[in-house]
Design a binder for this molecule. Structure first.
Ligand code: NAD
Ligand code: UGA
Length: 325
């Protein structure tokens, strides 16, 4: 638990960032959200509804590509920086590699420069399981080779490398956290669980890319957030990378069956071609995060999907994150 710290979160209006901001506000920290509310998807305002009312939270509409504004927003008083903003989406990166690179690589270098010029003690960088590429063995530990197969994965790996270089050259206390397919209330509308739930509840068939035998280590957002906060408190994390997954994997076919069960639907999926950049399997070995951070993911897939479906059903359409047309 972090308490009474002055914190800046980039991407704090997004899916994971807004959950992190809520947890840190709840723990009595003073939180600044820095987010450009970009149009990758809509309804991010609804993500921060509760935060807007919190006295210990301020919201800055700013771009991580605007270094002056970033430096000004960190100022002299911010103690901890969580860099969560990015251009996410493996499939999107295949269509728009330059944009992905600009936000994820240049944006992260800007963060590093801004932190270097500040009094912040520590920077936490949101990375991704996509840095590994196709697994050579499972589960994947942090020593597994990094050989990404999507522009997104390459951009997140480049960002990690810059973090490590800034640690080595300038001594910045920065670590990277490799999240594994995160889900939960407010999940991005371009991700599988969100798309499948929306379709199933409309009684439309969800579309599976490939044969559905690909597996993912689906991780509930509260577990990811607890790992992020633990990393800020932990010692001996500078220059390191940590897997934050649940430590279990399910196939996309299994996922659809679980969602059909959770919703009581009887729709059948349809199959289309495999997507470029899509890795066959992810499965996190979280031994290092457990040992160094005290990370302990708790939420079973059944419980997490129930929570997601309950949230989805409870929202009015204008409160649910919505894909760009
Ligand atoms: P998200 O799109 O919901 O959140 C990202 C936020 O960053 C958005 O609110 C967006 O407006 C903001 N942003 C984007 N570009 C910006 C810029 N130039 N300046 C300021 N703000 C900007 O995505 P998410 O799923 O919450 O992902 C958060 C982080 O976690 C990202 O770094 C992503 O790469 C990483 N990640 C996510 C997952 C996942 O399963 N969701 C898995 C692995 C890694
Ligand atoms: C997710 C996030 O989107 C990335 O931002 C993140 O970095 C990555 O996790 C990660 O763990 O590092 P992905 O695993 O591709 O990437 O997440 P989903 O979009 O939820 O897809 C999961 C699986 O479902 C993929 O195999 C995908 O091909 C499949 N899928 C997705 C479908 O079969 N149909 C769909 O309509 C959507």
């Amino acid at each position: 638990m972090l308490e009474e710290r002055r914190i800046l979160i980039t991407g704090g209006a997004g899916f994971i960032g807004s959950h992190l901001a809520e947890a840190l506000v709840e723990q009595n920290n003073s939180v600044k959200i820095y987010d450009n509310f970009n149009s990758y998807y809509f309804n991010k305002e609804a993500n921060i509804n509760r935060l807007k009312e919190a006295k210990n939270c301020t919201i800055i509409k700013g771009d991580i590509l605007d270094l002056d504004n970033l430096k000004k927003s960190i100022g002299e008083d911010i103690e901890l920086v969580f860099h969560i903003a990015a251009q996410p989406g493996v499939r999107f990166s295949v269509k728009t590699p330059l944009k992905t690179n600009e936000i994820n690589v240049t944006g992260t270098i800007n963060m590093l420069v801004a932190v270097q010029n500040s009094n912040a003690e520590k920077l936490i960088n949101a990375s991704s399981s996509s840095v590994y590429g196709p697994p050579k063995y499972l589960p994947i530990d942090e020593k597994h080779p990094t050989d990404p197969i999507s522009p997104y994965g390459a951009s997140k790996l480049a960002a990690e490398k810059y973090c490590k270089a800034f640690y080595r050259v300038y001594g910045i206390d920065v670590c990277s956290l490799r999240f594994f397919t995160v889900y939960g209330p407010r999940q991005r509308p371009d991700m599988a669980i969100h798309i499948f739930t929306q379709k199933i509840l409309r009684n439309e068939p969800p579309t599976i890319f490939g044969d559905g035998n690909q597996t993912r280590d689906f991780t509930f957002v509260d577990d990811t957030v607890s790992g992020i906060i633990a990393s800020a408190e932990a010692k001996d994390t500078a220059g390191e990378a940590f897997n934050l997954g649940k430590g279990e994997r399910y196939s996309v076919n299994d996922l659809i069956s679980l969602l059909i069960k959770a919703t009581g639907s009887s729709v059948k999926p349809i199959f289309t071609k495999k997507m470029k950049g899509d890795v066959s399997h992810t499965w996190a070995d979280v031994t290092k995060a457990k040992k160094v951070l005290g990370y302990n993911p708790q939420t079973s897939i059944e419980e997490g999907l129930q929570k997601f479906v309950k949230w989805y059903k409870s929202m009015s359409p204008d409160q649910i994150p919505k894909a760009s047309p």
